[in-house]
Write a protein that binds this ligand. Structure first.
Ligand code: SAH
Ligand code: SF4
Length: 371
């Protein structure tokens, strides 16, 4: 079987070249070709000897994702559906804004953590993505957006907020992060790469040691009783332990705060009392709060909070001095908004139903800064 070089981090590619009797700088050249020029044919690597190119062609490949659908929303948000085999698909979303371009990357096909308001969680767990499949999403987006070789940074930020729990696929996610940060690959700053987790405490500690990028934590409730219901992993790592891990993380993080994400569910966690309790709960942790109006999907069993409830909730936090933003809903006409990613390939009926549902959902006209 040929090895896909796309997912190899620098040390692995060095070792690969060494095994061929080549110098480590060959690895650097190959990385440039793959990740900075978007080349996937060894024959086009003009600064590498013909002999080595031929050997590479026999032993290795550079294989991007198999994209089966490309949708563009009215607001310019773009979503790619990627076939990962055995009837499963994952999704990658590009969100263009005036000052930046953000790519939302998936780490798993499905998710085992079963947060009750999340479409990916409903779908269950299928499998971890390989490092090549994770970094392949960035590679593909650069390819498709014409970003390779462009002067301008089309994709300036990456958020690990697509399908799956990134820390549950630790090794492959860290490899992909290392490639995102490597100057010979994508050269993004740690501050512009954000990993979102539902709170896998031991893995947060590992990330702090191995690859500290900006951190977002899915909090979603001001107390353990409610969080146990919404984010079941809380039963294993309750808020007190989660916050202790956040404080440890901040010591090494590229930013001196953690972002707490809080999805607003009508009547469930969005009352004035919840907002006041949240203010008290988060006090121990230097943080910013990112409120996410719930994005509906078929049979979700939750409703999006009313716009007045969103503003009221936000105002309580702001008045308490917490930096608070409301995430702008992007791409919901193509089911590309947070939590709507389900990667359905087979079940078209549900997709159509979901679209119909999404389209009747009012857009919340609050101007906000996304993460
Ligand atoms: N598994 C990781 C990252 C992926 S989800 C995590 O849970 O943090 C990215 C964000 O979208 C998380 O904060 C998640 O809780 C939120 N989310 C999930 N379902 C949602 C929905 N239906 N509407 C709005 N946000 C949702
Ligand atoms: Fe998994 Fe995150 Fe969805 Fe929870 S919110 S089920 S952790 S993808």
């Amino acid at each position: 079987m040929t090895v896909n070089l796309l997912g190899l981090v620098r040390q692995e590619l060095n070792a690969f070249c060494q095994d061929l009797g080549e110098k480590p700088f060959r690895a650097k050249q190959i990385m440039h070709w793959m990740h900075q020029s978007g080349v996937c044919d060894f024959a086009a690597m003009s600064d590498i000897s013909k002999l080595l190119r031929e050997r590479l062609g026999g032993l290795a490949c550079i294989k991007g994702p198999k994209v089966i659908q490309d949708s563009i929303a009215l607001d310019g948000t773009r979503k790619w559906l990627i076939d990962v085999g055995t009837g499963n698909a994952i999704e990658t979303v590009f969100i263009p804004e005036s000052t930046r371009g953000t790519l939302c990357v998936s780490s798993q096909a499905g998710c085992a953590l079963e947060c009750t308001f999340c479409s990916t969680g409903r779908q269950g767990f299928n499998r971890n993505l390989s490092a090549a499949e994770i970094i392949g999403q960035l590679w593909w987006a650069n390819q498709c957006l014409g970003a390779f070789g462009s002067e301008e940074r089309v994709i300036s930020n990456v958020v690990m907020m697509g399908m799956g729990e990134p820390l549950a696929n630790f090794d492959n996610v860290v490899k992909a992060l290392q490639l995102m940060l490597d100057d010979d690959a994508y050269g993004l700053s740690r501050r512009r790469v954000t990993l979102s987790t539902s709170g896998l405490v031991p893995a947060m500690d590992r990330l702090r040691e191995e690859c500290p990028v900006a951190l977002a934590v899915s909090l979603h409730a001001p107390n353990d009783a409610l969080r146990n219901q919404l984010v079941p992993i809380n039963r294993k790592y309750p808020i007190r332990e989660l916050f202790a891990a956040c404080l440890r993380y901040i010591e090494k993080a590229p930013r001196d705060f953690v972002t707490f994400e809080y999805v607003l569910l009508d009547g469930v966690n969005d009352t004035l009392a919840h907002a006041r309790e949240l203010v008290e709960t988060v006090k121990p942790v230097p943080c910013k709060i990112n409120l996410i109006p719930f994005n509906p999907f078929a049979n979700a069993g939750y409703e999006r909070s009313k716009p007045e409830a969103v503003s009221r909730f936000r105002d309580v936090l702001l008045q308490a001095g917490l930096v608070t933003t409301v995430r702008k809903t992007r791409g919901d006409d193509i089911a590309a908004a947070c939590g709507q990613l389900a990667g359905q390939v087979k079940d078209k009926t549900r997709r159509v139903q979901r679209r119909a549902l999404v389209q009747t959902t009012p857009f919340i006209p609050i101007k906000v800064v996304a993460m």
